[in-house]
Design a protein around this ligand. Structure first.
Ligand code: NDP
Ligand code: PYC
Length: 338
């Protein structure tokens, strides 16, 4: 018998909004959270789809997330937007600040938005794809919790710190990547633990600093960065740009703030937008052509572009109208409405 269950896309939306509203999130928060969860589930991004509702609900039940927080947006300089989530989940603040970020990037060529005081649980690709769908290139990054050892270290100091980038393409899906700077996202390790599956080698060390493939031991020990010292340096950059630079918490500080509760990390986020028109003196067709020649060269070799799997999953799931997820996760989600 299959351990998977099929849900229609409409059921995904209703399940997510229903759980969030039942647990005290305002309609605006429930809808902005659901939009991201729905997008991830539709694209078969299991670690940040419906699964992440468990983290959202832990966070509001612990009494620390304000489920009705109203974000405020400040015009903080010619190219700087500040969005204060006011102890809410990040996504409503993101939605509130995006129009001003886009306006400033189109006016000045480059602009950045800092989101502060937010609980953050979500994938970043939907955020940078808002920018590419407005014709901008975008970068987004956040710290998380100090689960990841720096290269050569033995204990968690860095977060799983995702980095996402999107580049607009005319008449095509954007070029987008979005990955944790750890070998695996925390959510992925949690899914291995739930499924009782061993991790691949090179993903984590146990409490004693020895390599482990046991997901539980990995969660007690430390995760490893991708690409050794290179991923480690990128991760440190993300700590700096989305932490001290914007006057918000590092992954270690966020973990201390959580006091051992299994809630979403609490910190800031930085999103940077570039307008290709400004950088190519209005000859946007030219920079697009050159980018397309490079993409063609990559694809001709049989290599695939990041997000291709996601776009294919989206087409498949939209055509069938259904997505699948583990049955035991579905049962855990239903229990959140009791
Ligand atoms: P993956 O390793 O699954 O994927 C990373 C990226 O690489 C994707 O864009 C993926 O595209 C692409 N990719 C994968 N295989 C190939 C290939 N063979 N050739 C070219 N490109 C490829 O991501 P992670 O597990 O590291 O992260 C998953 C999610 O977790 C992300 O969305 C991230 O934002 C989120 N996350 C959130 C955190 C938070 O604090 N909020 C913390 C950490 C992670 P495709 O999808 O098409 O396979
Ligand atoms: O999967 O690493 C992760 C993660 C951390 C916070 C939200 N997702």
């Amino acid at each position: 018998m299959s351990d998977q269950i099929q849900l229609s896309l409409q059921q995904v939306r209703e399940l997510s909004e229903g759980i969030l509203l039942y647990n005290g999130f305002s309609l605006d928060h429930a809808q902005s959270i659901t939009d991201t969860i729905y997008a991830c589930q539709q694209d078969d991004c299991q670690s940040h789809g419906l699964y992440r509702l468990l983290m959202c609900i832990e966070s509001i039940r612990s009494g620390r997330v304000d489920g009705s927080a109203e974000p405020s947006v400040t015009d903080a300089g010619p190219s700087v937007v500040k969005a204060n989530a006011n102890q809410g989940i990040s996504l409503l603040a993101l939605r509130a600040g995006m129009p001003l970020l886009i306006e400033k990037a189109k006016k000045n060529g480059i602009a950045a938005m800092a989101i502060n005081n937010c609980f953050h649980f979500s994938a970043l690709w939907p955020e940078v794809e808002v920018l590419s769908s407005a014709g901008l290139a975008g970068l987004a990054m956040v710290p998380s919790h100090a689960w990841v050892a720096p290269a050569g270290g033995t204990r968690g100091t860095l977060g799983t710190n995702p980095l996402a980038f999107s580049w607009p393409r005319i008449g095509k899906h954007p070029f987008t990547f979005d990955f944790a700077t750890s070998q695996f996202a925390r959510g992925e390790i949690e899914l291995y633990r739930r499924a009782g599956k061993p991790l691949p080698e090179g993903v984590a060390i146990d409490k004693q600093g020895n390599p482990t493939t046991d997901a539980e031991a990995a969660m007690q020990g430390a995760m490893l960065t991708f690409g050794g010292y290179k991923g480690s340096a990128l991760s440190i950059m993300i700590e700096l740009l989305a932490g001290p630079l914007i006057d918000d918490l590092t992954s270690k500080e966020s973990m201390e703030f959580a006091q051992g509760k299994p809630e979403a990390p609490y910190h800031g986020e930085i999103i940077i937008a570039f307008d290709p028109h400004m950088f190519s003196a209005g000859q946007v067709g030219k920079n697009n052509e050159r980018a397309e020649r490079m993409f063609a060269d990559i694809i001709e070799q049989g290599a695939r572009l990041p997000s291709q799997r996601r776009y294919q999953a989206r087409e498949r799931n939209k055509a069938s109208g259904y997505v699948s997820m583990p049955k035991n996760l579905y049962e855990d989600l239903l229990a959140l409405k009791k």
